[in-house]
Design a protein around this ligand. Structure first.
Ligand code: ATP
Length: 231
């Protein structure tokens, strides 16, 4: 899915957070939203994911203007096409790891249902295999982040909206998580990532500097990944 913001502006509490922001996020590509703290990366990610309305401009999905989608249309988009890996992880602490991945259980809630093979695969890929029955609330911050990723892998969504996915991971897990996103993009998914992490930025084919009125760069391998490296 091609996800676009076209000259969008957003004000929060009279503070103009985004002004005339334009970005195109292509399928099969990882797009990094980059820039200094507070520049509006998360806000832009939320607008692209239809979590936050825009004051001006347009959000366009596969050529269709969805800016004015109502609640049920947005819910349908989230349900059918999107996965979110956000900073608060969206994890249900009182539920098991397995339930958090599949979001499906039997009528009485005693048994996690869904596709068991896919569940196992998603947990394996994120290093959480064997922990199906644990309460999600007992996981560390980094493990919860990986659990959110397991859910996205399980869902196999067309578009992934990702906020600082590597923030609380050690080097080893960071590399693994980056490789997982790369794999999803290789399989045609649209991956949109707000990040400060240089390794993650390097892995993204497209780097969009938020707050520079639509500067997007498709970098060659020897370009600098830092925000300062953009021109
Ligand atoms: N709900 C809110 N209420 C008030 N101000 C907000 C709200 N959400 C964001 N802002 C403000 O909007 C600006 C951009 O925030 P945003 O979280 O999008 O930045 P960011 O680039 O993702 O920052 P960081 O890298 O620190 O996560 C900040 O000045 C922030 O204080």
């Amino acid at each position: 899915m091609l996800i676009e913001a076209k000259r969008i502006s957003v004000a929060i509490d009279d503070h103009e957070v985004l002004k005339n922001e334009t970005v195109r996020c292509h399928p099969g590509t990882m797009t990094a939203l980059i820039g200094p703290s507070g520049c509006g990366k998360t806000t832009l990610l939320h607008c692209l994911g239809l979590l936050l309305p825009v004051d001006h401009g347009h959000i366009v999905i596969d050529g269709k203007d969805v800016t004015k989608y109502n609640d049920s249309q947005r819910r349908r988009f989230w349900r059918d096409h999107a996965a979110f890996i956000l900073q608060d992880y969206g994890i249900m602490d009182d539920e098991s790891v397995a339930f958090n991945v599949t979001m499906q259980s039997s009528m009485l809630g005693r048994r996690v249902t869904g596709d068991q093979n896919r569940l196992e695969q998603a947990l394996e890929e994120t290093g959480l295999k064997g922990r199906e029955a644990e309460k999600a609330g007992h996981l560390s911050g980094g493990e919860k982040q990986r659990l959110a990723l397991a859910r996205a892998i399980y869902k196999d969504a067309e578009v992934l909206f990702v906020d600082e996915p590597t923030a609380s991971l050690d080097t080893n897990n960071r590399k693994k998580v980056i490789a997982l996103f790369e794999d999803l993009a290789t399989r045609g998914r649209t991956v949109i990532v707000s990040t400060h992490d240089n390794d993650m930025i390097q892995a993204c084919e497209v780097k969009h500097a938020v707050g520079f009125s639509g500067q997007t760069h498709r970098l060659s391998s020897n370009d600098d990944a830092n925000e300062g490296g953009l021109s």
